[in-house]
Ligand binder design. Structure first.
Ligand code: NCD
Ligand code: ZN
Length: 347
């Protein structure tokens, strides 16, 4: 049996670092193992201009530990008013690597998102021309659509028409949670990819709801039925170049999670690599871990894989990761899959 594995240093293709004291406290949890990350722009107010992205990037770098070489890959938050030429200039100047599309109201801090995809077609056309990738939060927001169906309905009503209109646009369906999401990626050309989170490989909606509600398992898109988790997991562990890691690690303080109306987001930065080693070993796919965390993502973004490596080791004693990360805003609970994990990153 394989008790140790060395892989190219991973990147995180979907990460929330927040800002201010929260960012200061949680950034080292990502920089410890990851070399780069696509940084989500859903601050309040959101990161909408190149100047916003540059300033945010500087703040992130100042929150990184001294000895880290972490590179934040910045995104702009697409709004109904985004100017195609601004976006193109930000890309040409190397300030951004992607643009993020949130349907207005779909998730945490998405109020300034797109109200109708027609409003942003000029930006998307420009992005297709210049090869700038679009990251998509693929859920419809129609209150009549059941929360468990929102991803599948988005594919049918928004994503597929968009892909047909602009097949050359590089798109990523972020944090897919359904068999529909997996099948759609497989039906498309290589310029449509999907990120997959660590927690969606480990929990289904029973974990969230049976035996009492678990607020730390609540994130958007919401965890689905077991058959969907299995489909997403098979995609992640397949090695297929179109699927790669985006943790969607999204810190909220415990008081904001454990309340009458709790925030959506799971915080997995601290133990993601250990959890993934567990998952990939369970599926007899440890040899595909590197593709998922370190090779497929850079390919989609037109970047080279990292040159350093990390080593994970399986011990006989469980890995004791911190249960919470203390921040000046309050504690943030680290995602706990509900069972012991024996893998950990050792170097
Ligand atoms: C994210 C957050 O907290 O910013 N929450 C989540 O449930 N995933 C937003 C997002 O990526 O949808
Ligand atoms: Zn997210």
């Amino acid at each position: 049996m394989n008790n140790s594995i060395t892989i190219i240093r991973p990147d995180d293709w979907h990460l929330h670092l927040r800002d201010g004291v929260m960012m200061k406290a949680i950034t080292p949890e990502s920089t410890r193992h990851f070399n780069r990350a696509i940084i989500m722009p859903n601050l309040v107010p959101p990161v909408v201009t190149a100047a916003d992205a540059l300033a945010y990037r500087t703040r992130i770098l100042s929150a990184c530990p001294q000895d880290s070489n972490f590179t934040p890959l910045m995104t702009l938050y697409l709004t109904d008013k985004t100017d195609p030429d601004d976006v193109a200039a930000a890309f040409a100047n190397g300030i951004i690597n992607a643009v993020k599309y949130y349907p207005a109201g779909a998730t945490t801090n998405s109020d300034s998102g797109v109200t109708d995809i027609k409003n942003v077609m000029p930006v998307l056309e420009k992005m297709a021309q210049i090869g700038l990738p679009l990251c998509i939060h693929g859920e419809v927001t129609d209150p009549n659509i059941d929360i468990f169906d929102r991803e599948a309905v988005f594919i049918e009503t928004i994503l597929d028409p968009l892909r047909r209109a602009l097949p050359e646009l590089k798109t990523t369906s972020e944090h897919i949670t359904t068999k529909d999401g997996v099948d759609y990626v497989k039906s498309q050309s290589k310029n449509h990819c999907a990120t997959i989170t660590t927690h969606h490989l480990m929990i289904n909606r029973n974990h969230l709801l049976v035996g009492g509600i678990k607020p730390h398992y609540y994130c958007l898109p919401i965890a689905k039925r077991e058959e969907h988790r299995l489909a997403v997991r098979a995609a992640a562990t397949s090695g297929d170049v179109r699927f790669f890691l985006g943790t969607d690690s999204a810190p909220h303080t415990d008081p904001n999670k454990e309340t009458g109306c709790g925030c959506a987001g799971c915080f997995t930065a601290t133990n993601t690599m250990a959890l993934l080693a567990h998952v990939f070993e369970e599926d007899d796919a440890l040899n595909k871990l590197e593709k998922f965390t370190s090779i497929n993502g850079p390919k989609h973004y037109g970047l080279l894989p990292n040159t350093e490596t990390i080593t994970l080791k399986k011990s006989s004693a469980p890995f004791l990761y911190p249960k919470k990360i203390e921040t000046a805003e309050g504690p943030v609970t680290v995602f706990n899959p509900g069972h012991d994990i024996y893998w950990q990153v050792i170097e």
